[in-house]
Design a protein around this ligand. Structure first.
Ligand SMILES: Cc1ncc(COP(=O)(O)O)c(C=O)c1O
Length: 454
């Protein structure tokens, strides 16, 4: 981390302490549930990303743009299930679709008409020719990499420094390296980011910085005939938000194709949130393969990957892709209602307007109070980043001020605004949010900036 202005960091730490004490008083049922949960689940949560120190807020229900915790505290939800809930909670069309599907059989492990329609809807929206289904973003990226390796007959892959693509072994290198682990700019470290990963797997995963074609170009010059693909988020979303420079994605595709390698977009977060057609549409570059999850399935656990039919065709001739619950009828029904009835092109006009209102309001608040930060406005997604200028890559994220975020978290929750635990995340707005919801966020954030001082 860079050194920060002492006064604002001290002020942030003082706010964090005061606001945490208030939050802990208001969340005694969460605390009690945590004490039970931790007896049977590591960290007391079903996924490590849900953990928080000293305990997470446990939720009871969601309705529209709000969630309510087990203590009965109600919040406007900007966490939105790490971006999966762009439809908002218990959307009537999703509820109706799931209800209808549940009454006619929750699972067959045989194909249905709804999964065929879902495949058609995904292909139309994301400019893909052929898709297959999975149950999570992790499975989607895992299998897209398998397909790229099979289709090219090559074993090595390239990922971006400081990026997350799920928790399967080949991509668990350089996920959130701290300044001690990161290595030099010209030689980014690719230490495994979890115990339980054989260090020898690092041989197959190469790491390059985002928004930089030079290092990749050198790698391809040396080892191009071994490299199957680059997998990346076209807009990085696990460091707040970091946009691609103009020309970067097109240059990447061109470079890879010159070396016979494939381009995989991980659109698990960006797909169906940053535009109707995801980052592929927003930045105008169509990858060879892409992965979608989170927002495409209306809050049910589904995912898909696909792209060029000639690449996907390797599944017909030897590349394994299967799964008992792939294309499950509940998920297909919820996903189809989400993509065809809720997330229409018009919905994005609405989301864009709300997103711009939120990003502008927060940026104005920071500039009025002298808070060192900027906002990013990307459709249903956006973020506050505590660094004055936009990020170009992961190393810039290491220069943000986490203490400001840590103070903002209990501050927001104590004022009825639910945000993600972790400054690497961003907000997600749903189609059920209103201007009043947005203004509520801006009001508490303006007060936060004033309290921080400059
Ligand atoms: C960009 C990206 N890819 C993949 C994943 C993995 O998705 P899942 O958690 O559904 O396995 C995530 C999860 O946050 C993600 O943000």
């Amino acid at each position: 981390m860079s050194s920060s202005t002492p006064s604002i960091s001290d002020s942030a730490r003082a706010i964090e302490a005061t606001e945490n004490a208030k939050l802990w008083e208001r969340t005694l049922a969460s605390k009690a549930l945590f004490e039970r949960a931790v007896l049977h689940m590591p960290m007391g949560v079903p996924s490590s990303f849900q953990a928080w120190d000293p305990y997470p807020v446990y939720l009871r229900e969601g309705a529209g743009s709000t969630v309510t915790d087990v203590d009965g505290n109600k919040y406007v939800d900007f966490h939105n299930g790490f971006g999966a809930m762009i439809v908002g909670h218990a959307h009537p069309k999703v509820v109706e679709a799931i209800d209808r599907a549940a009454r006619t059989g929750t699972h067959f492990a045989a194909p249905t008409a709804s999964v065929v329609e879902f495949a058609e809807a995904i292909c139309e929206r994301f400019q893909a020719e052929s898709v297959r289904f999975a149950n999570s973003g992790t499975e989607a990226t895992m299998t897209a990499i398998r397909i790229a390796r099979a289709a090219t007959g090559r074993d090595h892959i390239v990922k971006i420094e400081g990026s997350y693509h799920g928790h399967h072994d080949p991509v668990m290198f350089s996920v959130v390296p701290n300044s001690e682990m990161i290595g030099g700019r010209d030689a980014p470290s690719n230490m495994p980011m979890s115990l339980g990963i054989p260090p020898m797997m690092a041989e197959f995963t190469h790491v390059v910085p985002f928004n930089d074609l030079e290092m990749l170009s050198r790698l391809l010059e040396n080892r191009g005939d071994e490299i199957a693909c680059v997998i990346l988020e076209p807009v990085m979303m696990n460091i707040g938000i970091c946009e691609p420079h103009p020309g970067y994605l097109a240059g990447l595709k061109d470079l890879l194709h010159r070396h016979g390698a494939l381009l995989i977009f991980d659109e698990v977060k960006s797909g169906a949130t940053v535009a109707y057609g995801g980052a592929t549409e927003r930045y105008g570059v169509v990858p060879d393969l892409a992965c979608w999850a989170k927002a495409i399935c209306g809050g049910t656990p589904g995912a898909a990957f696909g792209g060029r039919a000639d690449v996907m065709d390797i599944i017909n001739s030897g590349a394994a892709q299967q799964g008992t619950f792939n294309g499950n009828p509940l998920v297909a029904a919820a996903g189809l209602a989400t993509l065809t009835e809720i997330l229409t092109r018009d919905a994005y006009d609405y989301l864009d307007a709300l997103g711009t209102r939120l990003a502008t309001g927060c940026a104005d608040a920071m500039s009025a109070a002298g808070t060192p930060g900027h906002t990013v406005d990307l459709g249903a997604k956006g973020c506050i980043s505590y660094r004055p200028t936009p990020l170009n890559n992961y190393r810039d994220f290491l220069e943000t001020l986490p203490e400001l975020y840590l103070a903002s978290y209990p501050w927001a929750l104590n004022r009825g605004i639910f945000i993600t635990p972790g400054d690497e995340e961003q907000w997600t707005i749903s189609v059920q949010h209103t201007e009043a919801d947005i203004d509520g966020y801006i009001d508490q954030f303006s007060d936060f900036c004033t309290a921080l001082g400059s």
